[in-house]
Write a protein that binds this ligand. Structure first.
Ligand SMILES: Cc1cc2nc3c(=O)[nH]c(=O)nc-3n(C[C@H](O)[C@H](O)[C@H](O)COP(=O)(O)OP(=O)(O)OC[C@H]3O[C@@H](n4cnc5c(N)ncnc54)[C@H](O)[C@@H]3O)c2cc1C
Length: 596
């Protein structure tokens, strides 16, 4: 595999496939297509970050990352900038170079839902072999098992390119024990301890990460897409070139709207003088694949003239395909965290408190179902989801805000999640338990939000950030989940197992134990940030429902142009994203190859 920053290696050349973005999806697709003998060029806007300890070692992670992070500004609908940024990886490996490394599998029901939305072939059984082929699970040692590591080998792959394991040493095992006692007290019925990839029986577990222990460094190495697919000696390819530090501007089409290549420019970091004006071209024989991520692929499409007509017009871009789904249906989970100060006597107890906390994040994860969150009130809360009238109202609100294309499309997408919650009892909240200096910290979020946002360019300048409007907590269901899970977080930190250990379970929460729902909501809105599981903005759906790509990953209205990244998932999944996305990209390579 050739990795270079040299423009001349690609300018004016022709490859079988050219790919925008060397993140999780671009590297997976590129590696697989080149393994088939195709010549592949991947253009990556960021640099090689593998030298940086903050990328290389889980212990040295910085959160939010100051390196290899686009830190896109995010906005309210009225244009006011929000106080947080949308994080997304900006180096080879993409977001897997800066992410939280949490690994577990999705449920069968949610992947099957992809197919029932009108995407033949995209179901759990077809994706499972790719999930297995991704992972090389390193089983826990007896010492790790004694400290709470659950491992069921049948729910893991063992010969793949991404290492998954428990950290060495295990983090805060004392706090993990307490959380595992306390969580089922607050969420009765929460399935105890085990391996979270066994989603039929387990919904609370010690977390497995995409890491492996490097005995020479004495640290846990991040197993990013770059580590697994670019630098690994057994994954080298004769026909794969990665051009780093160059930004893809737009797609080149011929008169019949067949994608013929990409226009790209050196990024600002690679040139000493002013911003480059001159773009370069690279040509593709078989296809062009956009894998810049849910926040960067829509801007490439829009700069190429594919998108909503009014957006293109405002950005002074000639329309090529009127495709209203581009940049709509944006989804992420709104997260925040509750803090509890730890009593003086326990502040130096390293089995409870990790002064470096938050780097190998969340040693316990619990996925909370509606009956566990709301107990006796669960069915009345869910009833509101089942009425066709409220479904229509939800869809209308999304379409009115231009976060959805049309009512049938918005209804179909919402219904997918609603059915997963009501019929399949999928979890609706995630609870991540951790500690930082002198403090127990639990982060949480509505796991499958119904609210939708959008992102669009407002200029043709490829170096300008898009306008990202997350529209978190717009739907009443998301608000109910957010308030309930925030309240429950304080209940966990106030529960019997923490008595005497916690000094103040309401640290930094002024409204305290008598907080009203309104107090919780305003606190949630003031403190929330995206969980960084952005998806949906180039949804794989039938075109009449607002889809951007079809089930063969072809961009509607064009030929030989594909999208493969988080943007194609129309609704949020309950397993963070990596396990799903590696599988989707693995299968995408086969689907694309079969067409050419
Ligand atoms: C902070 C953070 C924490 C996360 N934690 C977890 C977790 O614990 N577990 C989990 O499963 N998932 C997690 N995720 C999510 C997961 O990492 C992402 O969903 C996944 O990496 C997305 O893959 P992708 O291929 O869509 O995009 P990415 O992996 O982000 O790759 C996109 C690539 O395209 C490049 N690019 C962008 N624009 C251009 C352009 N114009 N030209 C050329 N290149 C371009 C980017 O620099 C990037 O390298 C997290 C993400 C973040 C950001």
């Amino acid at each position: 595999t050739v990795v270079t920053n040299d423009t001349n290696i690609a300018a004016g050349k022709t490859y079988d496939y050219v790919i925008a973005g060397a993140g999780l999806s671009g590297l997976t697709v590129g590696s697989r297509l080149s393994a088939k003998g195709h010549s592949v060029l991947i253009i990556e806007a960021g640099l090689d970050g593998s030298w940086n300890p903050a990328i290389r070692y889980a212990e040295d992670r910085v959160f939010p990352s100051t390196f290899c992070n686009w830190r896109y500004p995010v906005y309210e609908e009225d244009g006011t900038q929000l106080p947080w940024t949308a994080d997304a990886g900006a180096c080879i490996g993409g977001s897997t170079s800066i992410n939280g490394m949490v690994w577990y599998r999705p449920t069968k029901a949610e992947l099957d839902k992809l197919e029932s939305l009108g995407n033949p072939g995209w179901n759990f059984d077809n994706l499972l072999p790719y999930m297995e082929a991704t992972e090389r699970n390193i089983p826990p040692t007896p010492a790790q098992i004694a400290q709470g590591a659950g491992n069921e080998p049948e729910f893991h792959g063992h010969f793949g390119f991404i290492n998954t394991s428990f950290p060495t040493p295990m983090r805060i095992p004392g706090a993990v024990d307490l959380y595992k006692q306390a969580l089922p007290m607050v969420f009765p019925g929460l399935t105890p301890d085990g391996d979270l990839s066994n989603r039929t029986f387990v919904s609370m577990a010690t977390t497995i990460y995409t890491i492996w222990h490097d005995p020479i460094a004495g640290k846990n190495r991040r197993s990013s897409a770059a580590d697994g697919l670019v630098w690994a000696p057994d994954q080298q390819r004769q026909t794969l070139t990665i051009l780093a530090d160059h930004k893809v501007d737009k797609v080149i089409f011929d008169k019949r709207l067949t994608a013929k290549g990409l226009m790209f420019l050196p990024t600002i970091s690679s040139i000493s003088s002013s911003r480059p004006r001159k773009g370069f071209q690279v040509h593709a024989r078989r296809g062009v694949i956009l894998s810049a991520g849910a926040l960067a692929t829509p801007p490439i499409l829009e700069r190429s003239g594919i998108g909503r007509a009014d957006v293109l017009k405002a950005a002074k871009i000639a329309k090529v395909v009127d495709l209203t789904g581009v940049g709509a249906n944006l989804n992420d989970q709104p997260g925040t965290s509750a803090l509890a100060s730890v009593a003086e006597a326990y502040r130096n107890d390293t089995s409870l408190i990790d002064a470096d906390g938050g780097k190998v994040f969340a040693p316990v994860i619990a996925l909370i179902k509606s009956n566990e969150l709301w107990r006796a009130d669960a069915s009345s809360n869910l009833d509101g989801l089942l009425s066709p009238t409220t479904l229509r109202a939800r869809a209308q609100a999304i379409v009115k805000a231009k976060a959805g294309v049309n009512i049938p499309g918005a209804e179909a997408i919402l219904n997918a999640t609603i059915d997963l919650i009501t019929t399949h009892n999928l979890p609706i909240a995630e609870f991540l338990s951790d500690s930082i200096t002198a403090t127990l910290l639990t982060a949480f979020w509505p796991l499958v939000p119904l609210s939708r946002g959008h992102l669009h360019i407002n200029t043709s300048d490829p170096f300008s950030h898009p306008i990202i409007t997350p529209r978190f907590l717009q739907d009443s269901f998301d608000i109910s989940v957010a308030i309930s899970v925030a309240r429950a977080a304080h209940s966990v930190l106030s529960s019997a197992p923490f008595e005497g250990i916690v000094a103040d379970p309401y640290l930094g929460f002024a409204a305290g134990p008598n907080a009203t729902d309104a107090d919780y909501l305003s606190w949630y809105k003031a403190t929330m940030i995206g969980a960084s599981h952005w998806l949906g903005s180039t949804a794989m759906l039938p075109r009449r429902l607002g889809g951007v790509v079809d089930s063969k990953l072809r961009v509607y209205g064009t030929k030989s142009l594909y999208v493969v990244d988080a943007g194609i998932l129309p609704f949020q999944v309950t397993s963070h994203l990596m396990s799903v996305l590696y599988a989707v990209a693995g299968r995408a390579a086969v689907v694309i190859d079969q067409q050419n």
